[in-house]
Design a protein around this ligand. Structure first.
Ligand SMILES: N[C@@H](CCC(=O)N[C@@H](CS)C(=O)NCC(=O)O)C(=O)O
Length: 210
């Protein structure tokens, strides 16, 4: 039966997240393999859905959700989760999940890795800023080192079961490696464990088809 789910976007760490969550939840979905900075995000068909011309975007029936973290948390709430996934049962558990998600999205993604991406890899678009890049890299490492012991404690960030926070964390760790950052021991071991998941491997194949 169709779930009426359409996901827009492939090719980046941010688009990988919803592919992974959809596959982890065992949901059938359609996807439109548009890419960033290809001109495809500026087509009228997509601008009607997201005037900020950013991917990923999820359509579920008439609902449109942008922002990778919001999409994967929505999917986790809207559909039944397999036993192997973390479901917050009360406000305290939801706070633990939110704490990880906000930390990863604001401190690791937006403040650190995206600054490196904009002013190193995409400097022709956003300007060269070596001081900002170095500061962002060292801020990333400082934050990761501060949580390294917590990451090593259990298989996943919230215990035995995978959550949206793990999807955000692993995609940031993989992204960090492409920026030549060296992961501390706990994070490196965590990455090795989580990256073995079949749903992650399947999502990689869908998100990075070439
Ligand atoms: N905070 C957003 C970031 C989304 C974002 O910046 N997407 C980039 C690709 S990673 C994009 O769509 N760029 C396309 C464009 O500007 O044309 C999220 O996590 O979804």
């Amino acid at each position: 039966m169709s779930n009426d789910l359409t996901l827009w976007g492939v090719g980046t760490s941010r688009t990988l997240r919803p592919h992974w969550m959809l596959i982890e939840l065992g949901l059938d979905y359609e996807y439109k393999p548009i890419r960033s900075r290809s001109g495809e995000t500026l087509r009228p068909e997509f601008l009607r859905i997201n005037p900020r011309h950013k991917i990923p975007v999820l359509q579920h029936g008439s609902l449109v959700v942008s922002e990778s973290a919001a999409i994967i948390n929505y999917l986790g709430e809207a559909f039944p989760k397999p036993e192997r996934m973390f479901v917050p049962r009360d406000a305290a558990e939801r706070a633990r999940l939110n704490e990880w998600c906000y930390f990863i999205m604001t401190e690791l993604d937006a403040t650190s890795l995206y600054v490196v991406r904009r002013h190193e890899g995409l400097k022709h678009l956003y300007g060269e800023a070596p001081t900002a890049v170095e500061a962002a890299k060292s801020y990333f490492m400082h934050n990761l080192e501060a949580i390294d012991a917590r990451i090593s404690n259990a298989p996943c960030l919230l215990g035995d079961k995978l959550s949206a926070a793990d999807i955000l964390m692993l995609t940031c760790l993989e992204w960090a490696l492409t920026c030549s950052l060296q992961l501390p021991n706990g994070a490196a071991a965590y990455r090795e464990r989580i990256a073995k998941r079949p749903a992650y491997r399947a999502a990689l194949a869908k998100n990075f088809p070439n």
